[in-house]
Write a protein that binds this ligand. Structure first.
Ligand code: NAP
Length: 325
């Protein structure tokens, strides 16, 4: 007898590895391709137990949407950041949320250092200079340097620690700010982000998004970072007050910035686009084939663990296993 496959609702476009992995073991429903989304939701609502999403391409997964599915048990989300899922609602309603931590840590840390070097040494600008034929007219101007700089990491978690390790190898002194002091590191801890900014001249932001970090890097922090200061954001765009950043760059309150994430991505403000003294990456922290495959496999593996009645591999802290129904 053919196996009765459980339904999985995929909320937005996903890489082939995820689509094929889910199709192999489940009955897959693609919400974004449905001719009549409301009908698909109404049909699935009484029986749906699992969803997958993340990686952009769909609306935030809010409690008002999730409450349409009374039997929901599991949301497997792509990416380590899960600020697009109402994890508090899930915790209160016995729904497990999983993300894809660890498998992307080293890749994102590599990107962070690449972005830092590009910003300090102006490598993208220098390459544009060469391609424009300007080298024939003279050397590219001398740039700032990593030498004699102190780095401050805002969000010293898995990725922050991998960045810190690389920064140490580059000869930088590292300090950090989190809400709580980390027991397993000897870097200087600052309970206030403003105090950290006052004491460093590189500020590397690696926090999650969401309400708790919204505009954590504001005008006061940028003022404290000062005219030699370089801001790098590899965490979430919402953590930086973009209007304050544009102003700080224009009036030289800080020296420069390197951004991989933006408040309203993939839309990037014209003011940022028009500045030549900053470096902008299109959110490519984890975007290598190797790492995205590993993340995609973890989305599928979390669903398979759920299907087998086993503990999820990587539940988010708000929804520890077993769920409270
Ligand atoms: P993690 O291990 O959970 O680390 C997050 C760190 O941020 C923790 O040390 C946490 O410490 C700190 N933090 C959380 N809320 C804070 C707040 N309100 N104020 C100050 N510090 C706060 O997560 P991870 O794996 O390192 O990932 C970090 C984030 O990087 C993700 O959530 C995601 O947003 C971003 N990310 C970006 C890319 C990219 O492509 N650019 C790729 C992957 C991840 P406390 O709890 O003690 O405050």
């Amino acid at each position: 007898m053919a196996e009765d496959k459980a339904d999985v609702l995929l909320l937005g476009p996903a890489m082939p590895l995820i689509v094929e992995g889910i199709e192999r073991f489940f009955t897959l429903h693609k919400l974004w391709e449905a001719k009549d989304r409301d009908k698909l939701i109404a049909d699935l609502a009484p029986r749906l137990k699992a969803m997958a999403g993340g990686g952009g391409g769909h609306a935030a997964i809010e409690g008002s949407f999730l409450s349409k599915f009374p039997k929901l048990e599991m949301i497997s989300s792509f990416g380590v950041g899960y600020d697009h899922v109402d994890a508090k609602w899930c915790a209160a309603n016995g729904v497990t949320v999983t993300n894809t931590p660890d498998v992307l840590t080293e890749e994102v840390a590599d990107t962070a250092l690449g972005l830092l070097l590009c910003t300090v040494r102006e490598f993208p600008q220098a390459e544009r200079y060469l391609r424009a034929g300007k080298w024939l007219g003279g050397n590219y101007p001398l740039t700032a340097s990593l030498r004699e700089r102190k780095a401050g990491i805002v969000g010293l978690g898995r990725i922050g620690k991998a960045i810190a390790k690389r920064m140490e190898a580059f000869g930088l002194t590292v300090a950090y700010h989190n809400r709580s002091k980390q027991a397993d590191v000897s870097y200087s801890y600052f309970p206030s982000v403003v105090e950290l900014a006052k004491n460093v001249d590189i500020l590397m932001v690696v926090t999650p998004g969401g309400a708790a970090t919204k505009n954590l890097i504001n005008a006061e922090v940028l003022q404290a970072l000062g005219p030699k200061g370089i801001l790098i954001n590899i965490g979430r765009g919402s953590a930086v007050d973009e209007a304050a950043l544009v102003k700080a760059l224009k009036d030289k309150t800080i020296y420069s910035a390197g951004l991989d994430v933006f408040a309203d991505e993939p839309r990037v403000s014209k003011e940022l686009m028009d500045m030549d003294n900053i470096v902008l990456f299109p959110h490519l922290g984890s975007a290598s084939i190797h790492t995205r495959q590993a993340m995609g496999q973890l989305v599928v593996d979390n669903l398979l663990a759920w299907k087998a009645g086993k503990p999820p591999l990587t539940p988010v802290p708000e929804t520890p296993w077993p769920p409270k129904k």
